[in-house]
Design a protein around this ligand. Structure first.
Ligand code: SAM
Length: 245
């Protein structure tokens, strides 16, 4: 199963690289990629879910610790995509889904219908760097998984996370990052990065996202570097944890 999805990823990369760079040169690639990416990701995210299941289950088991005094947890997820994290959210949580790409909506709505243990607020089409429709200090928890690799500015996205979190609220993350510069994965990432970015709508393989997190003014942070069990993917080096406002 991992092999199939790895193959899909690598084949898409190699088949699409040349046309993608050509169309990008003509300014035509981005709108097309925004439409294609959700269909490719819907396939890949199925086994992402299986491979990352125990890591996410353990991480998200801490979500209820951040519920407000009423006991209800208000979660805002940035870059929801197909909604693959919903099964990990505790029963009764109020969830606001945000994403910058409108073409994920079909998959998102399906996933929302399947996860009837949650209460969904209206979906927001907004970039993580500008969540102006969300009030200051209004949510208990913000979640992002595989999103900070694609935002235009990690610094601005984290600033928004801190603005919308209640004091004592937490930002939970699972993000792929740049590998150790002395590893083969790093060389692999450097070779793939320009085409990967083009084909997978701005996804950077070489971000040192943990440095942005360490710079942001959170009061406390638990951050772990892990290697996801994706044998052949340049996205195997990941960081996971949570940061408290
Ligand atoms: C690799 S997918 C991950 C989806 C989902 N979080 C998951 O783990 O299955 C990246 C998601 O981030 C979204 N995204 C990219 N740039 C964004 C931005 N600036 N603001 C919000 N979402 C963004 C994409 O549209 C996509 O849904």
């Amino acid at each position: 199963m991992w092999f199939n999805s790895d193959l899909t990823l690598h084949l898409s990369m190699w088949l699409l690289t040349l046309p993608a760079h050509l169309l990008d040169f003509l300014g035509l690639w981005k709108p097309l990629a925004m439409r294609l990416f959700p269909h490719l990701y819907a396939k890949v995210s199925l086994d992402n879910h299986t491979v990352m299941y125990s890591c996410k289950k353990e991480l998200f088991s801490r979500l209820p610790d951040f519920a407000g005094p009423s006991g209800q947890l208000k979660v805002l997820e940035i870059g929801c995509g197909t909604g693959s994290n919903f099964p990990f959210y505790p029963r009764g949580a109020k969830v606001t889904c945000t994403d910058a790409n409108p073409h994920f909506q079909e998959y998102l709505r399906k996933s929302q219908a399947e996860n009837d243990h949650l209460h969904f607020e209206p979906n927001l089409l907004a970039p993580a760097e500008n969540l102006s429709e969300v009030g200051d200090a209004s949510v208990d928890v913000v979640v992002s998984t595989a999103v900070l690799c694609s935002v235009n500015s990690v610094e601005k996205a984290l600033k928004e996370v801190l603005r919308i979190l209640k004091p004592g609220g937490a930002y939970f993350f699972v993000e792929h990052v740049c590998a150790d510069p002395l590893s083969w994965t790093y060389i692999f990432q450097k070779i793939y990065d320009p085409s990967w970015k083009c084909v997978f709508t701005g996804c950077n393989l070489c971000r040192e996202t943990w440095k942005d997190l360490e710079k942001a003014p959170f009061s406390e942070m638990k951050l772990q570097h892990i290697r996801a069990p994706f044998p052949w993917r340049p996205t195997a080096p990941q960081i996971t944890g949570y940061a408290i406002k």
